[in-house]
Structures are given as structure tokens and as C-alpha cells.
Write a protein that binds this ligand. Structure first.
Ligand SMILES: Cc1cc2nc3c(=O)[nH]c(=O)nc-3n(C[C@H](O)[C@H](O)[C@H](O)COP(=O)(O)OP(=O)(O)OC[C@H]3O[C@@H](n4cnc5c(N)ncnc54)[C@H](O)[C@@H]3O)c2cc1C
Length: 396
């Protein structure tokens, strides 16, 4: 990979920077994490920012021009992230359309599905959530029990999903259903695109230990789904589902930008709080620890670039995505725990409470960071995948 920016990349930077100067939100309050922003006011702000970017053609920039993207190359994606980061603007993230469903449809969708759904993901007009996990099926996802049976031009779905992030805001869900209960479990699953406003869909919020209502239970009772909303072949949905999961893991847990900016924020915190009567930053062991985190974040940055290279070459992400997901989520957690140590008694203040340091965002992150070690497949499962599929070790 060549890391030198070409004149075209620099022209791209200039264009985006000029756009951001006029349009980037000013004085954004600090954000604790993505699901915290699911709380109503913060969610609306996130959607408004996404739509603003879309109005300038600045969402999903690496997608092909024929579907409304910019066909941006690897280095332009890097420039894009650098420029957003430079002005402290949030990444464009509303639901699971841009990161997961859009790329999956490009691999598996019919031409009609691509033309129908992709433009509205780019514009932010339609928000997507992910209907995989069920009360009895998480790590063993292929055991899922939500059923769909054929009825003329429709599938009729019945069952329950759980931990469905952002379902309360979503217009659509990509839903895994069992369409052949007799077949071996991986062979009887189909992947459907379902309108969340269909009769028979009920969303019930779940409160996380952070206090945020980030995810939900979703119930399906005789929900009619047109057959044209089937992605891939009937009963072959497992392969489609795995493609989506690979995209999720490779970009999961916030990716390298979250890690890098968290480490920077940790360094700022160390300069603010006191240890033995002087700023904690002046202690060798504190700086040593923060440098270790910075090295790990940098290693993840390059792992992320390897992933990006694959994706921009049009290849689906491989099982190496599991390495990114595992390491990024564990680094997030360790950084948040170390911040607790630096904060001492101040770590006990809740998010946004009076007298807290940094609006209590570290205690929020410490609680939320556990979620990233579970979401997108728990880290124990990532260990299994890396052992078996990346390192080729025998099954335990
Ligand atoms: C913040 C957050 C957001 C989420 N958002 C969504 C969403 O939008 N859509 C969605 O569908 N799901 C979502 N999930 C659900 C998530 O995918 C599941 O929680 C996850 O796959 C684990 O499944 P489980 O909770 O059923 O745990 P289980 O599968 O019951 O696992 C329990 C424990 O056993 C361990 N374990 C299980 N099997 C093995 C094994 N073979 N080897 C070693 N250890 C094992 C696990 O690591 C875990 O520690 C979200 C979860 C979180 C935390």
C-alpha cells in the first residue's frame, strides 16, 4: 500500500475541508458513545449531521458512483476521516445501513434491491437495524427460531429478536428467519428486508446498565414481507448473514479512530487530574501506560487500513475482521478502566452529573465498553474464529 497522497487526493482534501469549514457542527458536546447518542435529542442531532453530509455528497463516499457514492479510493477515505477528526465532527453513523446492509447488498442484492435501498441509505432517509440475535440464539446464531412461511407473493414472519440496537428509530430491519425447519440449522435460514412499520411489528426498549435505551426487543406477529425482499437464495441466507457480520466485525467497536481519540482524551485527562500533588501526566508510570495504549491504537490503525484495502478492492472482509473487533473492543475497555484509576473518587460520578470531570463520560464509557466486547459476536467467539480460521488451529 502506498501512503503518499496524490494531487487528486489533496484536491479531494481541499474540497472536503472547504465544505466542512462552512457546514461542520460547532461546539459539539462530548459524546460518550454511539448508543448513548440513541437517546432522543442526541439521535436527532446525529441524523441531522448525517443528512447534512449527504446533502453535500459526503456519505458512503467509497461506494460506486453508479449507486450514488463517490467511488473514493483508499487514500481518499483516509483523508475523509482525517478531516472529520480535525474539526472534531462525529463520524456519519445512523444505524446499520451505511456500514452493514449497503455493502452486503452490493455483494448479494438483486439490481432492483440495490436501486431501491442504497440511495436512501446514502441520503439518510431510511435507517436500518439488525435482526439477528434472539433470546435463545446469540453466539449460536444459526439456532435461531424466528420462522417465515411462504404465502403467495409473501413470506409471513413470526418470532422474537432481542438486543436490536436502534430499532426504536429504524425504518427497516434486515432479518434472519428460519424458512426450512427440517434442514440442518445453517441450511434453512433466509435473509429478509422488512419494513419496521409493517402491521405485526412491536418494539420494546431495553435499558442498559449505562441508563441509555440503546437497544430493544422486537416482536413479529404474522408480518407479511414481499418475496422480492429476500436477499440471496431462500434457505441460503447464512452466507449473506456472514458477509454482513464480517463487515460488522471489521468496522466494529468504533474501529481505530475511536481508539486513537480515546487515547488522546486519556492523555488530556492525565494532564488534568492530580497524583501525589502534581498532574498525573508527570508520573513516569502514567505516561508509560498511555504510550502502551497509543502503540496498540496505532497497530490497530494499520490493521484497519489492511481491512479497508480489501473492502475498497471490492472483496468482502475476511475472518481477520475478528482481530480488529477483539483488539479494538478490549483496548477501549482497558483505556476506560485506566481512566477510572486516574479519576480516583471522581470516577464514581455518573455521566452528565454535577461536579464530575469531563461530564462523567469516562464512567459511562467504562460501563458501555463491556457491550462492545459482546456485540457483533462475543470476544470468546472471536478467539475461536481467529484460532480456527485465521491460524488454522484444530477445533477445541
Ligand atoms: C451493545 C450491544 C448491541 C447489540 N446490538 C445487536 C443488534 O443490533 N442486533 C442483534 O441482532 N444483536 C445485537 N446484540 C447482541 C449480540 O450479538 C449478542 O449479545 C452476542 O452475539 C452474544 O450472544 P448472547 O448475548 O446470546 O450470549 P451467549 O451466546 O448466551 O453467550 C454467553 C457467554 O457464553 C460464551 N460462549 C458462548 N458460546 C461459546 C463458545 N462456543 N466458546 C466460548 N465461549 C462461548 C460467550 O462468549 C458469552 O460470554 C448486541 C449486543 C450488545 C451487547
Amino acid at each position: 500500500m502506498d501512503f503518499n497522497f496524490s494531487p487528486e487526493d489533496e484536491a479531494f482534501r481541499k474540497e472536503f475541508r472547504a465544505w466542512l469549514e462552512v457546514n461542520a457542527p460547532k461546539n459539539q458536546p462530548p459524546s460518550a458513545d454511539m448508543l448513548a447518542e440513541a437517546d432522543q435529542g442526541e439521535w436527532q442531532r446525529r441524523v441531522a449531521w448525517y443528512k447534512k453530509l449527504a446533502s453535500g455528497g459526503w456519505t458512503c463516499i467509497n461506494w460506486p458512483k453508479e449507486y450514488g457514492g463517490r467511488g473514493a479510493g483508499i487514500l481518499q477515505n483516509i483523508v475523509y476521516n482525517q478531516e472529520l477528526s480535525r474539526v472534531g465532527a462525529p463520524l456519519p453513523a445512523i444505524g446499520f445501513g451505511p456500514g452493514l446492509l449497503g455493502p452486503t447488498l452490493m455483494h448479494w442484492g438483486t439490481e432492483e434491491q440495490k436501486r431501491r435501498y442504497i440511495p436512501k441509505i446514502i441520503s439518510g432517509e431510511e435507517v436500518w437495524c439488525q435482526g439477528y440475535s434472539e433470546p435463545g440464539s446469540g453466539s449460536d446464531l444459526a439456532s435461531l427460531q424466528t420462522r417465515a412461511v411462504e404465502d403467495g407473493d409473501y413470506f409471513v414472519a413470526n418470532g422474537q429478536k432481542v438486543w436490536t440496537s436502534l430499532a426504536q428509530f429504524a425504518d427497516y430491519i434486515f432479518l434472519l428467519v428460519r424458512t426450512d425447519p427440517q434442514a440442518p440449522k445453517h441450511k434453512g435460514i433466509s435473509y429478509l428486508l422488512v419494513d419496521m412499520h409493517s402491521p405485526g411489528v412491536t418494539v420494546r426498549p431495553l435499558v442498559q446498565m449505562t441508563g441509555a435505551k440503546g437497544f430493544n426487543e422486537v416482536f413479529f406477529e404474522d408480518v407479511r414481507v414481499p418475496k422480492k425482499n429476500l436477499v440471496g437464495e431462500k434457505n441460503q441466507g447464512w452466507q449473506v448473514a456472514i458477509t454482513t457480520l464480517m463487515f460488522e466485525r471489521s468496522g466494529g467497536a468504533g474501529g481505530d479512530r475511536t481508539n486513537t481519540s480515546m487515547v488522546k482524551e486519556l492523555a488530556d485527562l492525565a494532564k488534568t487530574v492530580q497524583r501525589d500533588g502534581k498532574p498525573a501526566w508527570e508520573s513516569d508510570d502514567v505516561r508509560q501506560k498511555i504510550v502502551e495504549f497509543a502503540c496498540e491504537a496505532n497497530a490497530l490503525k494499520y490493521t484497519g487500513l489492511r481491512q479497508l484495502t480489501r473492502r475498497l478492492k471490492g472483496m468482502p472482509p475476511g475472518p481477520e475482521g475478528s482481530i480488529m473487533k477483539l483488539c479494538a473492543s478490549e483496548l477501549n475497555l482497558r483505556v476506560a478502566l485506566y481512566a477510572m484509576e486516574l479519576l480516583g473518587p471522581y470516577s464514581q460520578f455518573q455521566y452528565k452529573s454535577d461536579y464530575s470531570i469531563d461530564q462523567g463520560k469516562w464512567s459511562y464509557r467504562m460501563l458501555a465498553a463491556r457491550g462492545s466486547t459482546i456485540a457483533a459476536g462475543s470476544n470468546q467467539i472471536q478467539h475461536n474464529i481467529i484460532g480456527e480460521r485465521v491460524l488454522g488451529l484444530p477445533k477445541g
